[in-house]
Design a protein around this ligand. Structure first.
Ligand code: ARG
Length: 228
């Protein structure tokens, strides 16, 4: 029914960057399983489409390329819907509202407003909305393949701050008590699942699943399971 790269084996092949808890991370009993809120949603989407979910973990900035090369059928990666991305892929209806936050070392008391970000040395995830936004405030931005590496850089005192999505930032903060989180007046961002523009049937199927689970309580149950 739904065409795509996973067609032959009846797989829905989903691309993600699994260093973004609680949306996607590597864990489980074996320690090598990709799991999280996005993955549970993707599994539901796959089931409704009569497919088995297969997850491909890759670099965040490779996801759109992989999608348009037909290597994956869908991106489920806490990806913010932006007009720039909409030029090359189609997004589902938004399924989560987030925003950027700032992480600094606990003793740093220099940031109270967006204006205080000017000229700071930022660490970000390569290709993320934070990466793009950082450049509005400073010329010194160091980009890493994962937010986790950006946070390591902050802990090592190599940068002033990390700009990162709110939920994963809070999640990493819980394991790094030497850091603190600062909420500033950043705009809301809406996450969507992305598909190739050649896959309108898959897009419709994703939106149908989202509408159904928002209606029947399954979406809220998954939120409660993953968001602490
Ligand atoms: N929401 C941000 C963006 O779309 C960051 C997403 C990072 N996701 C990930 N799985 N690492 O650019």
């Amino acid at each position: 029914l739904l065409s795509g790269c996973g067609k032959e084996k009846d797989y829905l092949v989903v691309g993600t960057n699994a260093a973004f808890p609680p949306f996607e991370y590597v864990g489980g009993v074996s320690g090598d399983q990709v799991m999280g809120f996005d993955i549970d949603l993707a599994r539901k989407i796959a089931e409704d489409a009569g497919k088995t979910l297969k997850v491909e973990n890759m670099k965040f900035d490779s996801l759109i390329v992989a999608l348009n090369a037909g290597k994956i059928d869908m991106i489920a990666s806490g990806m913010t819907i932006t007009p720039e991305r909409q030029a090359s892929v189609d997004f589902s209806e938004p399924y989560y509202e987030a925003t950027q936050v700032v992480l600094v070392n606990k003793q740093d008391d220099s940031i109270h407003s967006l204006a205080d970000l000017a000229g700071k040395h930022f660490a970000v995830q390569l290709g993320s909305t934070a990466d793009i936004m950082a450049k509005k405030y400073t010329q010194s931005v160091t980009a890493f393949n994962t937010g986790f590496e950006a946070i390591m850089e902050l802990k090592n005192g190599k940068v002033d701050l990390v700009l990162f999505d709110s939920e994963p930032a809070a999640n990493y903060l819980a394991k790094n008590p030497q850091l603190k989180l600062i909420s500033l007046d950043f705009p809301p961002e809406f996450y969507g699942f992305a598909v190739a523009k050649s896959q309108p049937e898959l897009l419709a199927s994703i939106n149908k699943t989202l509408a159904t689970i928002k209606q029947n309580g399954e979406y809220d149950a998954l939120l409660a399971k993953h968001m602490k």
